[in-house]
Design a protein around this ligand. Structure first.
Ligand SMILES: [Zn+2]
Ligand SMILES: [Zn+2]
Length: 62
């Protein structure tokens, strides 16, 4: 019984079987699920977090 734990996506709650798992705010995300809370742009490259939400650079600083 040595099953590896499969991380769950913080956005869609599905298990993440992707090769690359994003870890933001101590939670795991599919690369396609990490999106700006405001404009829903994909944030695979970089993101900014505030109060438990992630934002793109523009929405974070506006
Ligand atoms: Zn997901
Ligand atoms: Zn945005």
């Amino acid at each position: 019984m040595q099953q590896k734990e499969i991380p769950q996506c913080a956005s869609c709650s599905q298990h993440i079987l992707d090769k690359f798992i994003l870890k933001v705010l101590d939670r795991h995300w599919h690369s396609k699920c990490l999106k700006c809370a405001d404009c829903h742009a994909l944030l695979a490259d970089k993101c900014f977090s505030r109060a438990g939400n992630v934002y793109c650079k523009e929405d974070f600083f506006k």
